[in-house]
Design a protein around this ligand. Structure first.
Ligand code: 4AD
Ligand code: MG
Length: 460
């Protein structure tokens, strides 16, 4: 007998005398002669309704069947007279694979997100987090499909790095030195004795590696974990998150904006197509405006506004911001959300930021004041994509590195790209968790990643 996933059983186009299902008990209802079990195996949101009666071998085990227990069931898949499901399983065999201790915490129908975070090992068994994890998997697959179809090669950037891509210094150090007995030389830590013979960290972005490969393969992307030791306890920052970073040779800022916009649209359409049931759960219980929001993103071209114009809109806004804004200030989430939610009511791409607030590698514009940077802003989240045209002119790049006080010698290989066949190129980074927040309506990044890492929180 073939073991079947519940998703396949529920989609069956015919009844069947002998099927086998395995899964976890969501609920059990007992009447005098028979019992109903709602069984879920994680393959889809819906449960399989199972009927167990006195004829079922193993019927006497029913008293040990409780919420959370793992069961194996065999029997006939028959049309269900009940509402809401096409098929049910009339069991002729019941086996308990693993009983659930009565202390199983997921007894109630609804738990708060805060409580579920404290049981991260069990929360994927709830409807909401099961759906989230399936959407996460499908979205990840969609990312690869989109870039593959657009002619991008998937490349792997290193996780351990010797350089600070953003120059922002929010890095986790990687070391094998004994922190209780750190070797010193001339009053400083002697990194010569460390594993790599120099300082190493976890990557904050795969961009610089992607640039190297784009300047050989044309179009590439990375999709991997990135790490930031920002001590910001916000609903949209995690210390470990996944980033999608495409990089294109022979491309400018407009190409970059086009790619970012089409990527978000394609992925939303893909999910609406492949994860309808799971998304409906979020539209019903998490954000009732979810589908209209996604439709707006799909149907309207993204607004494209220079930073200077965005700032003047914010200065005139009939709203008091916590952080005042003027030309030269970095936009805060409240500003970003005002632009996308209140002013334009659709996604916005802000571009041409002042050079002082952006990274050294962004291409200097002719005005000598702004760089070819772009941030894509979406409702409820604010920035979802950050990217730029890259400075491909050797002399300008060297000047920028010096101006920003960065160690030029460490970027020798990055400068080499500008020495040997330099080309205009551009790319961006899209936070995978922020994308998941956008498509599910989930408001906290801790709830879109199975095991979130945030300041002072590291469970297993
Ligand atoms: O804007 P960021 O810092 O850009 C870069 O890292 C560039 N090197 C990317 C590139 O051009 N290849 O980060 C890019 C995106 C942000 O827009 C945001 O969506 C996400 O990464 N992000 C975070 N997501 C979760 N937690 C954090 N702490 C994040 N920091 C950035
Ligand atoms: Mg950014």
């Amino acid at each position: 007998m073939r073991k079947q996933r519940i998703v396949d059983l529920l989609l069956s186009d015919h009844s069947c005398d002998a099927v086998e299902a395995q899964g976890w008990v969501r609920t059990k209802r007992e009447s005098k002669d028979f019992s109903f079990i709602e069984l879920n195996d994680g393959s889809c949101l819906k449960n399989l309704q199972v009927i167990v009666d006195a004829q079922t071998t193993g019927f006497e085990l029913m008293e040990h069947v409780s919420t959370g227990a793992a069961l194996k069931l065999r029997g006939a898949l028959t049309p269900s007279p009940g509402q809401g499901q096409k098929w049910e399983l009339k069991a002729d065999l019941l086996e308990i694979l693993g009983a659930a201790d009565p202390s199983y915490p997921l007894q109630k129908k609804r738990h708060t997100d805060e409580y579920l975070r404290t049981i991260a090992h069990l929360r994927p068994r709830t409807n909401k987090y099961g759906a989230l994890n399936r959407i996460r998997a499908e979205l990840s697959y969609g990312v690869h499909r989109f870039f593959h179809e657009q002619g991008f090669y998937h490349v792997h950037a290193p996780i351990i790095t010797g350089s600070d891509c953003e120059g922002a210094g929010e890095m986790f150090q990687v070391t094998t030195l004994d922190l209780h007995n750190v070797p010193q030389k001339a009053g400083k830590v002697d990194f010569e004795q460390d594993f790599f013979g120099k300082e190493a960290s976890l990557t904050v972005s795969g961009q610089l590696a992607a640039e190297n490969l784009a300047c050989a393969l044309g179009r590439v992307y990375t999709f991997g974990p990135t790490f930031r030791a920002e001590n910001s306890n916000t609903p949209k920052h995690a210390a470990e998150f996944w980033m999608i970073e495409p990089e294109m040779a022979f491309a400018d800022l407009n190409d970059n904006m086009d790619l970012g916009e089409s990527c978000i649209k394609w992925l939303i359409a893909y999910l609406l197509d492949t994860c309808r049931d799971d998304l409906e759960l979020f539209a019903s219980f998490v954000d009732t405006t979810l589908f209209p929001t996604l439709e707006t993103i799909l149907n309207k071209p993204f607004m494209r506004v220079p930073y200077a114009e965005a700032v003047s809109i914010l200065e005139k806004a009939p709203r008091q911001f916590e952080f005042p804004v003027s030309f030269g200030t970095d936009l805060q989430t409240e500003h970003e959300r005002y632009l996308t939610e209140d002013h334009f009511k659709q996604p916005v791409i802000v571009f041409d930021y002042p050079k002082e607030i952006k990274a050294f590698y962004m291409r200097l514009n002719d005005d000598d004041r702004t760089v070819g940077a772009m941030d894509v802003l979406v409702p409820r989240i604010g920035e979802i994509i950050g990217g730029s045209a890259r400075e491909e002119r050797l002399d300008v790049l060297e000047r920028r590195i010096e101006e920003m006080g960065l160690p030029k010698e460490e970027y020798w290989w990055y400068l080499d790209l500008r020495r040997f066949g330099t080309v205009p190129h551009a790319g961006f980074g899209m936070g995978f968790e922020r994308l998941l927040m956008l498509v599910t309506g989930i408001a906290n990044i801790r709830d879109v990643i199975p095991f979130p890492r945030t300041p002072r929180h590291l469970e297993f």
